[in-house]
Design a protein around this ligand. Structure first.
Ligand code: NAP
Length: 275
């Protein structure tokens, strides 16, 4: 029996267990996916303990995504992003990876969005914003990062190839010629709000939201009204899980089975939002 898990605090009603276990059932793997909630200052012991107990792999979420870098061997992308969301215990020391970046890219690919030479705007410069900005730039897009705290966007833009960054005030101009907009802020989760003025949206845009609770955010509703193509946050969540599963098992992930389990979990009134 293999054990995989999610390391976070709080992990709440995570959607990863049903999504991953649907894949194990489909692949005939004897495996379980469980949630671990160590105290915030117990991360090193949690990683060492998981390795000693033979845990095969862990996803990592708030508040550990940055701190875990110190206790694993990060791959070059995770190092550049400055965050790990997937630990592989198959090697010693365990290795750290960031599948949020490829999750965003594969979610957009699933919707036939071409990133090579696309003009992309990322709103947000936290953990998700960093991963998405690197993912889009590495896939060939020119990225503009806009964040409430402008200095964070400017600092991130210096690290992301070809990117520029600034405050939210840059959004209307940046969006006027953009092909793609990704919301990587948490705005839209707690309240029915959008970080983007609706009049800045247009029909030539694809708009993806990283927020997945609710699935239909204010931003996506505004975008649909303006004729834009919309991609909800569950697609990115799905594909970061797909990439983690493929790394851990070496198997091709049963994407549709995982998507079905995820969407079913999201329709539950207690669906979590931690990944
Ligand atoms: P984070 O590191 O805490 O960053 C939060 C971001 O939101 C920062 O850029 C912050 O701006 C911005 N922000 C917060 N409140 C704001 C407001 N009222 N107005 C404007 N900007 C605001 O969080 P994170 O880990 O990046 O997560 C962000 C969202 O992405 C969450 O909803 C999370 O659930 C989601 N997410 C989804 C996936 C997925 O697979 N779909 C994966 C990862 C994360 P400042 O820098 O100015 O504070």
């Amino acid at each position: 029996m293999q054990v995989f898990g999610l390391l976070g605090n709080p992990v709440g009603h995570s959607l990863s267990p049903p999504m991953h276990e649907a894949a194990y059932d489909h692949l005939g793997l004897e495996a379980r996916y469980v949630t671990f909630e160590p105290a915030p200052d117990d991360l090193e012991r949690a990683i060492d303990g998981a390795a000693a107990l033979g845990v095969s792999g862990c996803n990592v979420t708030i508040p550990f995504k940055r701190d875990v870098l110190a206790f694993v061997e990060p791959d070059p992308l995770a190092q550049r992003i400055g965050a790990v969301n997937t630990v592989d215990f198959g090697e010693s020391p365990p290795t750290g990876h960031n599948t949020d970046a490829v999750g965003a890219v594969r979610a957009l690919g699933r919707h036939d969005v071409t990133l090579e030479r696309a003009s992309a705007v990322v709103v947000g410069a936290g953990g998700a914003g960093r991963a998405i900005a690197f993912g889009l730039a590495d896939a060939g897009a020119t990225v503009t990062i806009c964040n409430r705290t402008a200095s964070k966007a400017e600092t991130l833009a210096e690290a992301v190839p070809g990117a520029t960054g600034g405050g939210l005030g840059r959004l209307p101009v940046a969006l006027s010629s953009a092909d793609l907009l990704v919301n990587a802020t948490s705005v839209g989760m707690e309240a029915d709000q959008s970080p983007v003025p609706p009049e800045a949206l247009h029909a030539d845009l694809t708009v993806m939201d990283a927020v997945y609770t609710p699935l239909e955010t204010r931003l996506l509703r505004d975008a649909a009204k303006r004729g834009a193509t919309t991609v909800d946050g569950a697609w990115m969540l799905l594909y970061q899980g797909v990439a983690a599963l493929e790394r851990w098992t070496g198997e091709s992930a049963p994407v549709e089975a995982m998507n079905e389990a995820l969407r079913q979990g999201l329709s539950s009134p207690v669906a979590g939002s931690g990944e």
